[in-house]
Design a protein around this ligand. Structure first.
Ligand SMILES: CC(C)(COP(=O)(O)OP(=O)(O)OC[C@H]1O[C@@H](n2cnc3c(N)ncnc32)[C@H](O)[C@@H]1OP(=O)(O)O)[C@@H](O)C(=O)NCCC(=O)NCCS
Length: 165
């Protein structure tokens, strides 16, 4: 089956659409990162999912490619997602395995996803919600030109416009 692959600004880093064949590797990565993903990132449900749930979700076909594994030299190290809440407006999700953080890989991965969203899906707006205190996630969004559009008690909402004048 044809699988969507997106290049990033870093030749060693690619995004590849996740499917059922990736379930075991993805599940293992999530479990290894359980503490990292639940400390500030809102990934409690993902960490609580068992291998069968993960395989079932990855087997659900989507009309457009919206869920991607982040691959560093062909090794799965994270995940980025576009959430088609109300196309052409999308939500954004992203995480990176703890041992490869701090090197710009998540920024490069999300930048590639945004380029794809704008150029191939015709996305006009991308939103992300960040739990208060998740300064690394806020820094990532600010590097990519996102702005805060709403402040709630527990999280902040960020927005990035992809519309071209
Ligand atoms: C949020 C998360 C993805 C951010 O990861 P990150 O490693 O900080 O982000 P990046 O991979 O873009 O790396 C940025 C770091 O690399 C550095 N860097 C090096 N080269 C870089 C480059 N070319 N471009 C950007 N940053 C670069 C930056 O200065 C920054 O360093 P700092 O943390 O010392 O300031 C990660 O912390 C994570 O997975 N957290 C758990 C899940 C989560 O919270 N997800 C978000 C939910 S809203």
């Amino acid at each position: 089956m044809w699988v969507k692959v997106l290049a990033t600004a870093d030749d060693s880093l690619k995004l590849r659409e996740l499917g059922p064949a990736d379930a075991a590797e993805y599940y293992a990565l999530v479990q290894r990162n359980a503490a990292h993903l639940t400390m500030l990132g809102d990934y409690h449900d993902e960490v609580a999912s068992n291998a069968t749930d993960v395989a079932y979700r990855l087997a659900q076909r989507t009309e457009i490619s919206v869920r991607f594994g982040v691959y560093l030299q062909e090794r799965l190290v994270g995940r980025v997602d576009l959430i088609p809440v109300e196309p052409p407006r999308y939500g954004l999700g992203y995480w990176l395995s703890e041992e490869v953080t701090g090197r710009g890989y998540a920024t490069a991965a999300v930048a590639a996803l945004l380029r794809y969203a704008g150029e191939e899906l015709g996305a006009t707006d991308v939103f992300a919600g960040v739990t208060r205190g998740n300064v690394r996630s806020e820094a990532l969004l600010q590097r990519l030109g996102f702005e805060v559009v709403a402040d709630f008690d527990s999280y902040r909402r960020f927005h990035h416009s992809l519309s071209h004048p």
